[in-house]
Design a protein around this ligand. Structure first.
Ligand SMILES: N[C@@H](CCC(=O)N[C@@H](CS)C(=O)NCC(=O)O)C(=O)O
Length: 216
């Protein structure tokens, strides 16, 4: 059984859960609470020297970096495909993947926000404004790319690795109360994906280690 080193709220782990669910693969999750810095414990760094979730243990190997894991899943479990058949289309999907995973998410990661707080005195309002700034410019470009390539999903008419990465980023945007009105195509793709069981089951709130909903 695949073992996913995880934390319910991590958007990088959420990407991998979506892909595992779309591929119909069983997995167990081992949680590392980012709020208490468990990802930095020597026992976890022995698994992932970067001290980041996710890591995926296939029984023989430990894989790290969510996009590397997504690509490995695609290569080892090609059905259903999450990348298109031809090279130019695959490049377009990967451009969407990296727009999220290289250019939006790293700027808003926990360790960056902690550093802005401790070294530059940023308060929560400033941190939220920082996140909104980088998510917004990223979403402007992604909206344009979906306009070029999307037919119901971020690329084409079936979920791809682009959706695996975009939908967790939309949730991150909602967490900082970013109004999604300027990006109707992203909102439509988000809804189309969340209507699919593979995405819904992967949602952070449905994970075993999730906090109870605030109004529960
Ligand atoms: N590029 C990495 C990013 C992983 C990452 O940033 N994970 C976050 C949670 S979403 C984390 O573990 N943060 C812990 C920290 O910043 O200390 C990937 O895609 O796997």
């Amino acid at each position: 059984m695949l073992r996913l080193h995880s934390y319910w709220r991590s958007s990088a782990v959420y990407r991998v859960r979506i892909a595992l669910n779309l591929k119909g693969l069983d997995y167990e999750q081992v949680t590392h609470d980012l709020r208490t810095d468990q990802q930095s414990a020597p026992s976890y760094k022995a698994i992932n020297p970067q001290g980041l979730v996710p890591a995926l243990d296939d029984g023989d190997h430990i894989l790290t970096q969510s996009v590397a894991i997504l690509e490995w899943l695609e290569e080892t479990h090609p059905n259903p495909p999450l990348l298109p058949k031809n090279a130019i289309d695959r490049a377009s999907v990967r451009a969407l993947v990296f727009a999220v995973t290289s250019d939006i998410h790293p700027l808003n990661n926990l360790r960056i926000l902690k550093y802005l707080k401790s070294e530059f005195g940023a308060d929560q309002t400033a941190l939220d404004a920082w996140a909104v700034r980088w998510i917004s410019s990223g979403f402007d470009a992604i909206e344009e790319l979906i306009g070029r390539h999307g037919k119901g999903f971020a690329f084409g008419d079936m979920p791809t690795l682009a959706d695996c990465c975009l939908i967790p980023q939309v949730l991150n945007a909602q967490r900082v109360n970013l109004d999604l009105t300027p990006w109707p195509l992203i909102r439509a793709v988000n809804q189309a994906c969340l209507d699919l069981p593979a995405f819904a089951r992967a949602h952070p709130q449905h994970q075993p280690d999730a906090d109870p909903p605030v109004d529960a």
